[in-house]
Design a binder for this molecule. Structure first.
Ligand code: AP5
Length: 210
């Protein structure tokens, strides 16, 4: 199964990608996590893009396509993958067509108002990239990551003014991908629900219809 997850920042792509990864035993590939890892490790790439992601803008197509191409050639992607956060522009979608086929593009729809409310409660693990929510998906480790024990943080780009800018960027540059993929007949849309498990049920139902 090769799945693309589309959706605004905070729509729940990462959350559902993690669940689908376990369900289908295929890796979830998040370009956001790959970029944040590079920033944490202060690699040349990380140093170049740190300010861009903290402003809530997109990293250049060229850079992200290179990161994604390297990741998809790893052996664990041979049996399929879930793309979370890629593609985000039409040129990225066109580049992906040259790298791999996809079976379906699933868009998780959530209104801007609900996203703004949600983002204030997100907590992220700076070490392994796991994502939580103080109300909807608390960590079993309390203020620490239930997977690796690291202290959870609020991402720099989850500050309210940056979230607004990320939403503008999404509507201007990423939302047009829905038209792009509608033409391929591979687009499925699900309404993001208030509870994670309810969104998962709709996502699995949509994928079962393939
Ligand atoms: P990225 O990490 O991809 O950020 P994003 O798309 O903005 O997505 P988020 O991770 O913020 O949200 P999500 O949809 O995964 O939601 P989540 O599941 O966490 O990218 C970060 C940056 O990297 C970009 O801004 C850009 O600069 C750069 N970048 C990355 N990819 C790029 C690309 N292809 N091209 C160019 N630049 C790129 O859920 C959010 C919160 O809500 C969590 O707390 C979660 O627990 C909670 N939640 C989830 N579902 C529910 C639910 N149903 N009910 C209640 N709460 C829920």
């Amino acid at each position: 199964m090769r799945i693309i997850l589309l959706g605004a920042p905070g729509a729940g792509k990462g959350t559902q990608a993690e669940i689908l990864s376990q369900h289908y035993c295929i890796p979830a590939v998040s370009t956001g996590n790959l970029i944040r890892e590079a920033v944490r490790a202060q690699t040349p790439l990380g140093l170049r893009v740190q300010a861009v992601i903290e402003r809530g803008e997109l990293v250049s197509d060229e850079t992200v396509i290179q990161i994604l191409t390297e990741r998809l050639t790893k052996p664990d992607c041979e049996g399929g993958f879930i793309l979370d956060g890629f593609p985000r522009t039409v040129p990225q979608a066109q580049a992906l067509e040259l790298i791999s086929d996809v079976d379906c593009v699933l868009s998780i729809e959530v209104s801007d108002e609900r996203i703004i409310k949600r983002m204030g409660g997100r907590r992220s693990c700076p070490k392994c990239g796991a994502t939580y929510h103080v109300d909807y998906k608390p960590s079993a480790g309390g203020e620490n990551c239930q997977h690796c024990g690291e202290f959870l943080v609020v991402r720099n780009d989850d500050k309210p003014e940056v979230v607004l800018h990320r939403l503008e960027t999404y509507h201007a540059q990423t939302e047009p991908l829905k038209v792009f993929y509608e033409k391929t007949g591979k687009l499925l849309c699900v309404e993001g629900q208030e509870e994670v498990k309810d969104t998962t049920a709709l996502v699995l139902e949509a994928l079962a219809s393939l």
